[in-house]
Write a protein that binds this ligand. Structure first.
Ligand code: FES
Ligand SMILES: [Fe+2]
Length: 370
């Protein structure tokens, strides 16, 4: 059963928007391919960004808007002397955003250009991404040294490892992207394939969860015995355990350990705008380290897996445009309920300036069939 949309996009109702979590790090884009002296533009939490790498190698993220009259800074020029606005030639330091020169000023003017700043955001390169810290709107200038939240990092358990990245645009808001990411019951339907699972292999699962700072953990357990990738790990003859963490605002960490062999992934769903998001997966492993083609094969399977999720969300987004009433059921949708509760706690904290009140007060066992 498959049907194409019958109406052109323009006459559809607008998609539902999500409330956004500010004051945290988000992956703005892949760092690969951004060479010294190059820039690129992207959108993050609805914010237009001009990102780039200086000639000295530092990465930066500026609001792609000149503080003088709002023309995108990306319309101007970037060279060793900084970012120059196309309209009146104001020049800015790319890392701090500080204005260095206003060409129209004469000795008669008393204006000090160095007191003017273009919007500049803390930007760090890690695990192949440019992570940008997005402060709440109107928060003023935030310097990297003012940020206490650590930059997210994919855990690695050995000096030598291989890694891969995947990215897909999701036409739904960040909330639907994230609950899709943490959804335990869609596997047998969305990810039907000989190497993963089939609808026939559905069985009852019982998993322990516990609260962790800003999130929850599916406690280390033996992974689903009916999935081929886990069966493969059996060749090492050691017990296999999987731990899955969700951490606000948008991170899912999965770690598979098998003796000194390991596989780790960090998946994020990032709001590009309040109504659209992007999924990014970075994975690293030392499993089958020296077996040729494993990275290529892993990437091909990973891509297919993410594509199955993406395709489903494209279809879901078509339905969500009509703002239907939805439901969350126990226990299969409990992780989604926890996500919404965690998010509310975080938004409340941001609003009141008080402490983060964790909605989970202890370990919980969930049961579902998948
Ligand atoms: S708009 Fe940028 S310098 Fe005037
Ligand atoms: Fe999925």
């Amino acid at each position: 059963m498959s049907s194409a949309p019958t109406q052109p996009d323009l006459i559809l109702p607008s998609p539902p928007a999500a409330t956004l979590i500010y004051d945290d790090w988000y992956p703005a884009m892949r760092a690969q391919g951004l060479r010294r002296g190059q820039t690129a533009t992207t959108l993050l939490l609805g914010l237009p960004l001009l990102v780039g790498r200086t000639h000295e190698g530092a990465v930066f993220a500026l609001r792609d808007s000149c503080p003088h009259r709002g023309i995108p800074l990306s319309c101007g020029w970037f060279d060793r002397s900084g970012v120059t606005c196309k309209y009146h030639g104001w020049r800015f330091d790319p890392v701090t955003g500080q204005c260095r020169d206003i060409p129209s000023l004469t000795p008669v003017d008393t204006l000090d250009p160095s007191r003017i700043y273009a919007g500049a955001y803390p930007c760090v390169e890690r695990d192949g991404y440019l992570w940008v810290y997005v402060p709440a709107p109107g928060a003023g200038r935030v310097r990297a040294e003012d940020v206490s939240a650590p930059v997210p990092e994919l855990p690695k358990f050995s000096a030598k490892f291989r890694s891969a990245h995947l990215t897909a645009e999701l036409p739904c808001n960040v909330d639907h992207g994230i609950i899709g990411l943490m959804d335990p019951a869609h596997g047998p339907f969305v990810h039907q394939s000989w190497w993963w699972r089939s609808g026939k292999s559905i069985h009852t699962k019982e998993k322990q969860f516990e609260p962790i700072p800003q999130g929850f953990r599916m406690v280390a357990h033996a992974p689903s015995a009916n999935s081929a990738p886990y069966k493969l790990l059996g060749v090492y003859g050691e017990p296999v355990t999987t731990t899955i963490d969700f951490v606000l605002p948008n991170r899912r960490y999965e770690t598979i350990r098998c003796g000194d062999k390991w596989f780790a992934s960090l998946t994020t769903v990032t709001p590009v705008t309040p109504t659209a998001s992007r999924i990014d997966v970075v994975a690293a492993w030392n499993i089958f380290y020296s077996v040729p083609l494993v990275p290529q094969i892993a990437q091909a399977f990973g891509r297919r897996f993410v594509e199955q999720d993406r395709q489903t969300m494209v279809e879901q987004a078509r339905g969500l445009r009509y703002h239907p009433a939805l439901m969350l059921i126990d226990d299969a949708d409990r992780p989604a309920k926890w996500y919404f509760a965690l998010k509310q706690a975080r938004l409340k904290m941001a609003e009141s300036g008080g402490a983060f009140v964790h909605p989970l007060d202890g370990p919980v066992t969930l049961h579902w069939r998948s």
